[in-house]
Design a protein around this ligand. Structure first.
Ligand code: ATP
Ligand code: PAU
Length: 729
């Protein structure tokens, strides 16, 4: 909220979340510039920064350390260009070569992952405002970091590696290779900078370096893949609040990792192939094992055997599968009996695909659904088992699994967890990461110096889930929204089409047996979501729009969620409250923008968007991370901003401020006439009375319709029985 009111609490009406707003809304643009651009046919240089030695070191399993060759921001001779009073003056960095990139890539065998940065609009003005607020309050976060973090957002996007041209088009359309659309230096006519460098990792950083030079005129600076995976994982585990979770028998549970107690751990990255890395510290790691039976195997073999056209299709197929028709179970061999002496139940799979040996069984006789499930189970279980053995080898108690093979898919995670749990007898814990597929790309992004990301802690980074903004895999889930207008019309269409556009793929629980312990690997509820990456990964705001309240003694320790919505009863209650309150909020929001037709349309779109989020969360409360009431309120606030409602309570605040100012002299006189002790008590009571005004409570809202807050305040001081009293002061 823009805090302008004199005397009342944040109009959430719910627990104060101690955050105040700093920045305007996210106005992400997916406008695509015309391709092709003027390319320069400069010589093909590919700067090698990864030395042979380092590559050898990682290949042979020696410890590897992060590269220190990083581009630096050269601030010498920096000067403001033009008018100092200007809202957003351009700062000239005369000695800076134009090679600061806002994009990093992980180009793997199957997928290209992009992490890119977009600057907040009006960032400079906000920074100034924030500084002046801090100066007034006598606090400063400035000492926390040695240099400022980039003010903006991190976005996550993926493409299939075979469609690298789509990826290049995307980079070009957003001018990411030139610092993004918001770059002050960018002009369509400007010549390409010969020195522009993009950090990239994965095999494709080597394979496609020339293509990047040819098509975008940029050089790829290669970062070691294992280093990047580890840097990305460490960053996520330290900086993102709800990053790691366990997934056992359909139950997802977020685990808050203590950054001081993170190491050592085993990182298992399941991409096309699988890498297992022992991580001892920041920048200290060793690839201890790997297996070539990984995500590529599932997708490759699965495609051949089922004729599926896409990975998603294959994964969804597995949902309807029954692996007992393909896998040979212990019971099949032992005449329906358990082999208890060695701990094998009859339902344990004795041999994956073992039933396919039967002479009267051809591929056509097998259901593609069953094949997909058997394959998924075989590969996931195998990876879980090898991971456990490596954890055992090095005495590691925690294994984090990443890579795009996982796809937040419940069955995959349950199977891996089961294998680790079963073989370690519960001693080793399998954990998953929400940004599973982006570890390498994030690590490559981290390798740019001076972005300040290294210093970010959990409470400083905020994740947001804008509507329809995910552009993933070269496929658009939700629209490629160019501007607010498109966003609104998309919401209108969304309503006409029902929920099919962004709603998760509804899937029946698989009736599968054969996991050797739990008969039916059920997932929560009746629905599963295979493509967890659609809405489950948001946009990371590096300078949050809702800033941590600067007077908090210890922001790390402050938990704004006084109500945990993992309790289903609470969840239902609050969802009802928020849904019922929605029309009233929309009225206020529309009024705050002058009640114009445009505001009404936006208000309508906001209501639909927020309702869609609520529906999504009702179905999978942990979809966006651990859900508490404060998160839900922040989501609502953010959603308002998406539709350009900067402060829904603006008009009310204005009215109240006027009313308050009108009576302030009388109130002060009244206070002045009191002796010291009753005066102090009245002040304390006044502050508390003002703070309990609760927009979420219908009683308060009804009361408010009958008068202004100041009247309510006066009345409450005189007549109303308060549900609290001041014991001591
Ligand atoms: N939309 C998709 N298209 C293709 N594969 C997908 C998709 N979604 C998930 N996958 C799975 O993710 C795997 C790729 O994962 P990831 O992107 O982490 O690895 P990679 O970097 O491509 O591979 P590597 O690191 O071995 O080079 C695929 O092999 C497949 O199993
Ligand atoms: C070759 C890489 C590292 C490329 O990402 C990956 O696919 C992998 O770890 N494959 C497994 C290779 C092996 O250790 O058998």
């Amino acid at each position: 909220m823009e805090s302008t009111a004199l005397c009342f609490a944040p109009p959430t009406g719910l627990p104060i979340n101690f955050k105040h707003s700093i920045n305007p809304i996210d106005t992400e643009s997916y406008g695509v510039a015309k391709w092709p651009l003027k390319f320069n046919n400069s010589e093909k240089v590919s700067k090698e920064t990864v030395t042979e030695e380092r590559e050898m070191a990682s290949a042979t399993g020696n410890s590897i350390h992060r590269s220190s060759s990083r581009p630096q921001l050269d601030l010498s001779g920096a000067a403001i260009q033009g008018n100092f009073e200007e809202r957003d003056p351009t700062i000239l960095l005369p000695n800076q070569s134009d090679d600061i990139s806002h994009l990093a890539l992980d180009i793997g065998g199957s997928l290209i992952k992009l992490v890119y940065f977009s600057r907040h609009e009006g960032q400079a003005a906000n920074d100034r405002r924030k500084k002046s607020v801090e100066a007034r309050l006598g606090v400063s976060n400035g000492t926390r970091r040695s240099y400022p973090i980039l003010g903006g957002r991190l976005h996550f996007v993926k493409f299939e590696t075979t469609k690298i041209n789509e990826c290049l088009d995307f980079i070009y359309s957003k001018q990411l290779h030139r610092g993004g659309m918001d770059s002050r230096h960018w002009h369509a006519e400007a010549p390409n900078n010969e020195n522009a460098v993009i950090k990239a990792t994965g095999g494709g950083a080597h394979k496609f370096a020339d293509l990047f030079k040819d098509r975008l005129g940029v050089s790829i600076e290669k970062e070691d893949e294992m280093d990047c995976l580890v840097a990305g994982a460490n960053f996520l585990l330290k900086a993102i609040r709800h990053e790691a979770f366990t997934h056992i028998e359909g139950q997802k549970e977020f685990v808050q990792i203590d950054p001081n107690d993170l190491f050592p751990y085993l990182l298992v990255n399941i991409g096309s192939g699988v890498s297992m890395i022992k991580v001892d510290d920041d920048g200290k790691c060793q690839r201890v094992s790997g297996t070539n039976v990984g995500g590529g195997t599932y997708w490759g073999l699965g495609r051949l055997l089922t004729k599926c056209k896409s990975f998603d299709e294959l994964l969804e197929l597995s949902q309807q599968g029954d692996n007992r028709t393909i896998d040979m179970l212990v019971g099949d061999i032992y005449g329906g009996m358990n082999y208890s002496k060695i701990g094998l139940s009859a339902s344990t799979i004795a041999s994956s695909f073992g039933k396919a040996i039967s002479e009267d069984k051809e591929l056509e006789d097998c259901r593609p659904e069953d094949i997909s499930l058997s394959l998924l189970r075989m590969i996931s279980y195998n990876i879980g088992q090898i991971s456990y053995l490596n954890a055992l080898r090095f005495g590691l108690k925690r294994i984090f699994f990443g890579g795009f093979f996982i796809r937040g898919h419940a069955y995959t995670m349950d199977t891996i967890s089961f294998a680790v749990h079963f073989w370690s007898k519960g001693e080793t814990q399998a954990m998953f990461l929400r940004h599973e597929g982006f570890l390498g790309a994030l690590g490559a992004f981290m390798s740019y110096d001076k972005h300040g990301l290294d210093d970010l802690m959990v409470h400083q980074l905020v994740e947001r889930f804008p509507m329809g903004a995910s552009y993933i895999g070269g496929k658009i889930h939700g629209p490629p929204l160019g501007n607010l207008n498109e966003k609104i019309s998309w919401m209108e269409k969304f309503v006409q089409k029902g929920t099919e556009i962004i709603a998760p793929v509804p899937m029946a629980p698989p009736g599968t047996t054969g996991l050797g312990g739990f008969e039916v690997p059920s997932s929560k509820g009746d629905t599963l979501r295979s493509d967890a990456s659609n809405l489950n990964i948001g946009v990371l705001h590096l300078v949050p729009t809702l800033e941590v309240f600067p007077l908090l003694a210890d922001p790390k320790m402050y938990e704004p969620n006084t109500i945990d919505l993992s309790d289903h009863g609470e969840l239902e209650y609050w969802f009802t409250v928020l849904s019922e309150h929605l029309p009233d909020l929309v009225d206020k929001a529309v009024a705050s923008e002058g009640g114009t037709d445009d505001a009404k349309r936006r208000g309508d779109a906001f209501a639909r968007a927020f309702s869609a989020h609520l529906a999504r969360l009702m179905e999978e409360p942990a979809a966006y991370g651990k859900l508490g009431l404060a998160n839900l309120l922040e989501l609502r606030e953010e959603c308002l901003r998406e539709f350009n409602f900067i402060d829904a309570y603006r008009t009310i605040k204005q009215r109240e401020n006027e009313a308050s100012l009108a009576v302030l002299p009388d109130l002060l006189m009244e206070l002045d006439s009191m002796s010291e002790e009753p005066r102090l008590l009245t002040l304390i009571e006044g502050v508390l009375a003002a703070n309990i005004f609760d927009w979420g409570s219908r009683a308060c809202v009804d009361l408010y319709h009958k008068g202004t807050i100041i009247e309510i305040y006066r009345m409450s001081r005189k007549k109303m029985q308060r549900p609290w009293r001041v014991d001591d002061f």
